[in-house]
Design a protein around this ligand. Structure first.
Ligand SMILES: NC(=O)C1=CN([C@@H]2O[C@H](COP(=O)(O)OP(=O)(O)OC[C@H]3O[C@@H](n4cnc5c(N)ncnc54)[C@H](OP(=O)(O)O)[C@@H]3O)[C@@H](O)[C@H]2O)C=CC1
Ligand SMILES: CC(=O)N[C@@H](CCC(=O)OP(=O)(O)O)C(=O)O
Length: 342
């Protein structure tokens, strides 16, 4: 099978990472690439690491240009995908890396985003209970946010096994590429280098309802989440430290056994051997989520640390993994679990 794929937002970080993966996907042929302010430019001027595609020219983003492909990846700012989706028929598989179709509750959307609620699509985190069956054969995929990927993979096994009380506390650090390529004052090199800074504190970050949605579905009851994101002086990576009160009687052995049982067949989630802890460097450029879990018996809390590359498993890798499932291809095709070191 040859799958012809277009990428809208090819000049951005997410679009660039999608192209890095598609360029070595054995079943994909790369079709039209679009941008906005950079339309008309050669890709080589914007994404110089994508050498085989350097001479490709970006077209303006429009449904007409994206039509006629088997798959269209949308790596556009929030609020831009719905209009494109409406114009493209259901014969094309649309994979949206933005937030537009992630939330099932319109009220959550309206609280955190400033465009009208567009609806929800099958959610592209295949590891969550029931996700693979909703992705198989679908023509619409909502790729999760990068923090929700790291946090949901860390905590869903504890909730699905009924081991955690329904309030979680998460502190996560992200590399600066999570904020996209367009210039922002707090992302100037001199502001980011040498500092860790919190933002979106106190329930204000828009990923909070998405994390709650995922953990509540796994738990079968409403889970509350206190989520504190921080910006770290690195280009890529998320390290999420996630804790929840353990249910009475939970032992370290039962906790570990639940994680082993839930994750043992997952190609892209790896529970590390006891005593080893994840780090962002290890997953750089790979589609792997690394996890470690322990029980802090004195505090009565489950502690899970997860590391992902925000652009790979946190966006483009998750998008390609979900595309593979939707098209009936082997889930691991075109995706590497091998990182880059040092
Ligand atoms: N960065 C990350 O870690 C993650 C990003 N995402 C999501 O992926 C999407 C893209 O993010 P990211 O790549 O980081 O952002 P960037 O700012 O790096 O890229 C944005 C892209 O969208 C294009 N664009 C901007 N405005 C418009 C518009 N009005 N109409 C059409 N195209 C437009 C830009 O084109 P041009 O440059 O030509 O102006 C560029 O190609 C976002 O929805 C983001 O939330 C999801 C998970 C993680
Ligand atoms: C460091 C940084 O700024 N990260 C981004 C999250 C990136 C991501 O996953 O987000 P989307 O929901 O935009 O797809 C943020 O906190 O807004």
């Amino acid at each position: 099978m040859t799958v012809r794929a277009a990428v809208a937002g090819a000049s951005g970080y997410a679009g660039g990472e999608i192209l890095r993966l598609l360029a070595s996907h054995p079943e994909v042929e790369i079709g039209v690439l679009t941008g906005n302010s950079n339309a008309g430019q050669q890709l080589g001027a914007l994404q110089p690491h994508l050498t085989p595609l350097a001479e490709r020219v970006l077209e303006p983003t429009s449904a007409d240009r994206l039509r006629g492909h088997d798959v269209v990846f949308l790596a556009l700012p929030h609020g831009q995908s719905a209009a494109v989706a409406e114009e493209l028929g259901t014969e094309v598989l649309l994979v949206d890396c933005g937030a537009d179709f992630r939330l099932t509750d319109a009220a959550d959307w309206e609280r955190f985003y400033d465009t009208p609620y567009a609806g929800h699509w099958p959610y592209g985190l295949p590891e969550l209970p029931g996700a693979r069956s909703s992705l198989a054969g679908t023509r619409r995929i909502a790729v999760p946010g990068c923090y929700p990927t790291a946090v949901s993979l860390a905590l869903f096994p504890a909730y699905a096994a009924g081991l955690a009380e329904s309030d979680a506390v998460v502190v996560a650090a992200s590399g600066s590429s999570g904020a996209g390529k367009s210039p922002k004052p707090h992302l100037l090199g001199s502001e980011v280098m040498g500092a860790m800074s919190p933002y979106g504190v106190g329930g204000a970050h828009r990923h909070t309802p998405e994390i709650i949605q995922n953990l509540s579905a796994a738990a079968g009851e409403r889970v509350t989440v206190s989520f504190t994101p921080t910006l770290a002086p690195m280009p890529r990576g998320i390290l999420a430290t996630c804790t929840a009160r353990a249910r009475p009687g939970v032992t370290p052995e039962a906790l570990r056994a639940a994680y082993e049982k839930t994750l043992c067949d997952e190609p892209f989630v790896r529970l590390l051997p006891e005593g080893r802890w994840p780090s962002t460097a290890t997953v750089y450029g790979s589609n792997t989520a690394l996890l470690q879990v322990t029980l802090d018996e004195a505090a009565g809390r489950i502690v899970v640390v997860s590391a992902i590359d925000n652009l790979t498993k946190g966006t483009a890798g998750g998008a390609v993994q979900s595309m593979n499932i939707a098209l009936g291809l082997p889930e691991e095709l075109g995706l590497s679990t091998i990182g880059v070191a040092p």
